[in-house]
Design a protein around this ligand. Sequence first.
Ligand code: MG
Length: 370
Amino acid sequence: MKITDVEPIHLRVPNVEAIPDGTLDVLIVRIHTDQGITGVGEVTSQSYVCKACFEAPRSAARRHGLTSILLGEDPTDPVALWEKMYYETNRYGRRGAAIHAISGADIALWDIKGQAEGKPVSELLGGRLRDDVRAYASVLFADTPEQTAEMAKQYVEMGLTAVKFGWGPIGDDAAVDVAHVQAAREAIGDERDLMVDAGHAWDWETALGRTELFQPFNLTWLEEPVGQDDRHGYRELCKRSPIPIAGGEGDVTHFDFEELIDCGLHVVQPDIAFCGGITTCQRISQMTTAQRRRVVPHCFSTGVNLAASLHWISTVADGDLVEYCLRPSPLMRKLVANLPQVIEGRVPVPTGPGLGIELDEDVIEEFRVR
Ligand code: MG
């Protein structure tokens, strides 16, 4: 089998607000083959830049565009092609946009391999350990603790057993932070999981103070309490914190995650459509399993990201949790025609060959950037 075409498709809703929401502007990647099989992947990053990473022509050694690297290659060995893409983009890649773009190609290649063999991607990764995965919703803290409590109750009514609140008013005032966390805990009850995303609000000493204040509320994790590049802060905080520390949504490649695990991070959160794809995520979960750390997919864009995350995390021993995006964007709700839905707090892993998803061509036409 040979790759005959690589199609980066930029989808964007008419009003892209400057808010932390990955569902408004995405790059879908379709890889076509000479045997009529087409794979689909996604890149959650700066879509214009990542599209250019595909379309850039051949250049001198190790600075080629991704499409020129992939054309004519056999798509059924995604790991070998990951290495080739990583090597041949070295001069402008290694981290950042080129790796984000590689994520989309890698997901599409695994989709092709699964379709060619008639197996779901989870089976290619060693076999699923569960047919559905527990979902957690993640939302922003409201303006007041009372409003935060109201929101928390809605998610409980939806049947979710885990909720993460973050950003918003959190950060400046310890008493305000505690009031919000306490309101969320009281609203969801003691039997559900509660997580807090601090959105890199503090230095490590301040973060340590907050972990002590948050301790009575039994948090499952405190996410990104310090800056993404503050490896020293993570190292100091993880040694001392009474509650688990999470992070990694801004990191890429197994090299970055090796470093985060070495810093002592308790929960790592790679985004499969950003960090290097399914190949990278499998390498990360092999490390977390060996080091007895937890890995939970960061997943806040479209159903393509969700499906790839579900296939991967269903094969991980300590992997019964996935972030589930509840944003109303049509790119999340409608792009994947058979979007996996939350049923009694859990999301089924698709069962068809490859990723087991179908894209709605009308949605692609409506939101495609020409
Ligand atoms: Mg986060």
